[in-house]
Write a protein that binds this ligand. Structure first.
Ligand code: ZN
Length: 245
């Protein structure tokens, strides 16, 4: 089975379509959506509708929560807040209900999925071994897929140890999962990459040979930017897409 991994789509329909096309070309049959379908970009409803039709599993992200629960906007910068308020006004009842119903964590076939971290599902950032370790304490499956930081990363921990290490994880450096280890894996952000590479990021997990790849996909950034400006969302949210920040 090949899973396509999608995190932090953030209402960027152009990036989502490009990522889905490449994942399908690479044999993805089921999809894991790690939250933040909406927020920042100009296509919240179309992105919800695209994700709703995918086979697979999904969880709620902090921006998904913020669109129906303003307390989740605490800590948002002014751009995120403006986009969240705009998104709340745009969402159809069906798409809002879909987001409300998403669980905070889900599991299948030897893996767990969560937006942030297992110790703080919506808001926890796994950026380094110290935050990975707090999540590993609660991880019962060999793999946990996460999003939220918008930066591809992988951490491994021996099954009998609490010490963990960061692993290289780039398009040119796929991961081969080894028995006896547990992994936390972030395949990056589809709709708002922040690692300096503006290309959409997504992941491909092949359960047959135990490999994980991060894929980078070019998409029509200018089209996504034009929609953000036309919607009256902050210009910065358009500008950052070209810089991958
Ligand atoms: Zn996000």
């Amino acid at each position: 089975m090949r899973y396509g991994i999608l995190a932090d789509i953030h209402s960027n329909l152009e990036a989502l379509h490009a990522a889905l096309a490449v994942l399908r070309e690479n044999g993805a049959e089921s999809f894991l959506c790690l939250g933040d379908i909406i927020g920042y970009g100009a296509d919240p409803n179309a992105c919800c509708e695209a994700v709703r039709t995918l086979p697979g599993l999904g969880v709620q992200g902090n921006h998904d929560r913020a669109a129906f629960d303003a307390t989740a906007r605490y800590g948002f910068n002014p751009y995120a807040r403006a986009a969240s308020e705009w998104t709340e006004r745009q969402l159809t009842v069906e798409n809002r209900d879909f987001l409300v119903a998403l669980p905070e964590t889900a599991a299948e076939n030897g893996f767990q999925i969560v937006h942030g971290s297992l110790d703080d599902p919506l808001f926890g950032y796994i950026t380094a071994t110290v935050s990975a370790r707090s999540s590993f304490y609660r991880q019962t499956a060999p793999i946990c897929f996460v999003g939220h930081t918008h930066i591809p990363a992988a951490f491994a921990c021996r099954e009998d140890s609490v010490l963990c290490a960061a692993l290289p994880f780039r398009p040119a450096a796929p991961l081969t999962l080894k028995p006896g280890f547990r992994y936390v894996i972030n395949c990056g952000s589809v709709g708002q990459p922040r690692d300096g590479n503006p290309e959409a990021a997504c992941g491909l997990y092949d359960t047959e040979n135990g490999t994980l790849r991060v894929l980078r996909v070019s998409y029509d950034i200018a089209a996504a930017q034009a929609k953000i400006i036309a919607a009256g969302l902050p210009n910065f949210l358009a500008e950052r897409l070209a810089d991958g920040r």
